[in-house]
Design a protein around this ligand. Structure first.
Ligand SMILES: *Cc1c(COP(=O)(O)O)cnc(C)c1O
Length: 372
């Protein structure tokens, strides 16, 4: 049996090697490393895939979040609501822009931002909500969009872990992660569900004017009517990464299905247990399983992790420290105990190996290793 990894990009590459190698070689032959036709091609294909009217490729997912908040014209002091149980990038760009991050708790089952907590956190200074579609499942967008409409707030979706996840509204409308708010952001970091071989990211929006503005900001703040004196950034997806992503986008549905199949095996194995809880599912979103994250409630999480490691089964803690307890984000407004669900999750989550290349033999081995 092949060594089990959290993510197996080598085996995935072997299956698509001819197409990937050809794509990379074409870029090198053309020497159009920046702004090559591959970037436009990928952009069009991703617009088609997601249904977003505009896709704006950028340098990485963190840049996408920063450019999104810049594009909405938020000002220092404006409050941005985001979950405390997530990757640091969201709060980081809020802080870097001089905005005020307002963190809120998450739901125990879906691990996504709590709608009630959002409601309680709104003040006259609130300008935007940044829900994170954590681990590959959409946050409760119908409720979040309703709150945003009621209070005139922007919604920026952090869809870095959820590309391809589908959200169903109560009227039956189905939309993809990242295409429901004013702006959606995604990352093409290698281990993400649609990953390149370096850094990459994109913004999604259905608003023409906003799209032009975001494109300008990503390009040094250049060339946009009414925005001549805007400070921009330099954030580009390069042609080689776009060529790779164009190939992998063609396999994304198949990759999602492979992740869901592995998740179904885990669910079947652990679904009845009381000491280990399987990821809770929202009834309005599909789950594309960027991570398969257990909540270890009836035994010692770290001991289980060590036991797995001893059997050569990797497992990871995403995320061990909520934002409000991070050293860099210490704030008089928050203290330990303020966000009990997030704090409990940080102490009990354990993500199992999850990728597109898990064999039945490997899944059997992992399930056996987790034990009874
Ligand atoms: C990966 C990730 C990001 C940042 O993406 P990069 O491309 O690494 O900058 C932001 N938010 C979430 C939730 C992520 O998982």
């Amino acid at each position: 049996m092949k060594k089990i990894q959290m993510v197996d990009l080598q085996t995935q590459y072997q299956h698509i090697k001819a197409d990937i190698d050809r794509g990379i070689q074409e870029v090198i032959d053309s020497a159009q490393f920046i702004k090559g036709p591959q970037v436009e091609s990928f952009r069009e294909h991703l617009e088609h895939y997601t249904g977003a009217k505009h896709v704006i490729p950028v340098g990485n997912g963190t840049d996408a979040l920063q450019i999104a908040l810049m594009g909405l014209g938020l000002r220092p002091g404006d409050e941005v609501i985001t979950p405390t149980f997530t990757f640091i990038a969201t709060a980081e760009v809020v802080a870097l822009l001089g905005l005020t991050p307002v963190v809120v708790d998450v739901d125990w089952d879906t691990m996504n931002i709590s709608v009630d907590a959002i409601r309680r956190a709104i003040t006259p200074k609130t300008k935007a909500i940044v829900p994170v579609h954590l681990f590959g499942q959409c946050a409760n967008m119908e409720a979040i969009l309703a709150i945003a409409r009621e209070h005139h707030l922007y919604v920026v979706e952090d869809a870095c872990q959820a590309i391809g996840a589908q959200y169903t509204f109560s009227d039956g409308t189905v939309k993809q992660a990242g295409t429901m708010g004013d702006i959606g952001c995604t990352s093409f970091f290698p281990s993400k569900n649609l990953g390149c071989y370096g850094d990459g990211g994109a913004l999604f929006t259905n608003d023409d004017e906003l799209a032009a503005h975001l494109r300008a900001i990503a390009n040094h703040g250049m060339v946009v009517r009414y925005h001549h004196d805007e400070v921009g950034v330099n954030s580009r997806l390069d042609s080689i990464q776009a060529a790779i992503l164009d190939v992998k986008l063609g396999h994304l549905d198949e990759y999602i299905a492979a992740r869901q199949k592995a998740a179904a095996r885990y669910d079947a194995a652990f679904g009845g247990r009381e000491d280990i809880l399987i990821p809770g599912r929202a009834n309005d979103s599909t789950h594309v399983f960027h991570q398969y994250t257990l909540r270890v409630v009836g035994q010692d999480r770290d001991a289980l992790k060590a036991k797995l490691a001893a059997k050569d089964v990797p497992a990871m803690i995403y995320y061990p420290v909520p934002l409000h307890l991070q050293k860099a984000y210490q704030d008089v407004r928050y203290k330990s105990g303020d966000f009990p669900v997030a704090e409990r999750l940080a102490s009990c989550v354990l993500s199992l190996p999850m990728h597109t290349e898990l064999s039945d033999e490997q899944l059997d081995y992992i399930i056996e290793a987790v034990g009874k």
